[in-house]
Write a protein that binds this ligand. Structure first.
Ligand code: CP
Ligand code: NVA
Length: 317
């Protein structure tokens, strides 16, 4: 990764110029390459070895929803790689309001080298990406959260040394995080089960897409069935950004899907707990579990930084 004297010139990245909207843009080999690069990036960062391949390059970060991890990890990651990130808050770009997403993408591509977008409607992101001739990265839409899934699998790989055949059970809403996890597991051979409340299954089109990429997740409405024998138990908030009007109904109907000590006791002895964060203790997870010895949620949050640095490096070349 760090060029040495007498090294052959580095191979160009096979991902240069590509978008990352759902992860399904990538093959299994490319997804594994991203994870491998993320592990190297983490090692360099931990070793305090400075590596700045993106000197002079810029990333626009368009936010239509709030964020801690995504904003900070992209901005810091770009800085650590030698580049610069520009934060554009919801009042500035106003995606789809002041001008079309397509015009936003075309204009930004005249100034900057890559665009990260966090928004509601996934279709707006697709429109922007189709018009922008620079890499566009989905920093979360209503339907997908691919950067989260890269960090999730990096965390699982670190824990168990492999992904192929590792049993991951996601318990909760069949939302953007569940969708991206399904695609990422299909691409890497991890075995995913999703236990969801009635009426909150993952989108059938995403389940079918995962099937074409490797394997569709197993779906159930029984959280105990999902937890039994799992090596990873994963959950997310019951009410995602943009669904606030459904919060009360969800708080009633999701209670059986809370991850507590009883549920996690059904998993393997070495099982870990993951959550993309932000978390609501006492709702989707108890404080005992998220703050307990099986929890890896802060490693997972840190891994957003390393996974996204690898992504930026490979897409920008
Ligand atoms: N997990 C995640 O995307 O966190 P933020 O919403 O804080 O960016
Ligand atoms: N599903 C959550 C994830 C937050 C990172 C949401 O969309 O709000």
């Amino acid at each position: 990764m760090i060029p040495q004297q007498n090294d052959a010139p580095p191979e160009p990245s096979p991902l240069v110029g590509r978008d990352c909207l759902t992860l399904a843009e990538f093959s299994s080999a490319e997804t594994n390459l991203l994870l491998e690069e993320a592990a190297k990036t983490k090692f360099l960062q931990r070793s305090r070895i400075s590596y700045r391949p993106l000197r002079g390059r810029t990333l626009a970060m368009v936010f239509q929803k709030p964020s801690n991890r995504t904003r900070v990890s992209f901005e810091v990651g770009m800085y650590q790689l030698g580049g610069h990130a520009l934060y554009l808050n919801p009042d500035e770009i106003q995606l789809g309001k002041r001008e079309t997403p397509s015009d936003t993408g075309r204009v930004l591509a005249r100034y900057i080298d890559a665009i990260m977008v966090r928004t509601f409607d996934h279709q707006e992101l697709e429109e922007l990406a189709a018009a922008a001739d620079v890499p566009v990265i989905n920093g979360l839409s209503d339907d997908h959260h691919p950067c989260q899934a890269l960090a999730d699998l990096l965390t699982v790989r670190e824990e168990f040394g492999e992904l192929e055949g590792v049993k991951i059970s996601y318990v909760g809403d069949g939302n953007n995080v569940a969708h991206s996890l399904a695609i990422a597991c299909a691409l890497t051979g991890a075995e995913l089960t999703i236990a969801h409340p009635p009426g909150h299954a993952p989108g059938p089109e995403v389940v079918a897409l995962a099937g074409t990429l490797g394997a569709a997740p197993t779906l159930t409405q029984d959280p105990r069935e999902a937890a039994s024998g799992a090596r990873v138990l994963y959950t997310d908030v019951w009410t995602s950004m943009g669904q606030e009007s459904e919060a009360e109904e969800r708080r009633e109907n999701f209670v059986p899907y809370r991850i507590d000590e009883d549920l996690i006791s059904l998993a393997t002895e070495d099982a870990i707990f993951l959550h993309c964060l932000p978390a609501h203790r006492g709702e989707e997870v108890t404080a005992e579990v998220i703050d307990g010895p099986r929890s890896r949620v802060f490693d997972q949050a840190e891994n957003r930084l390393h996974a996204q640095k690898a992504l930026l490096y490979l897409l920008l070349g």
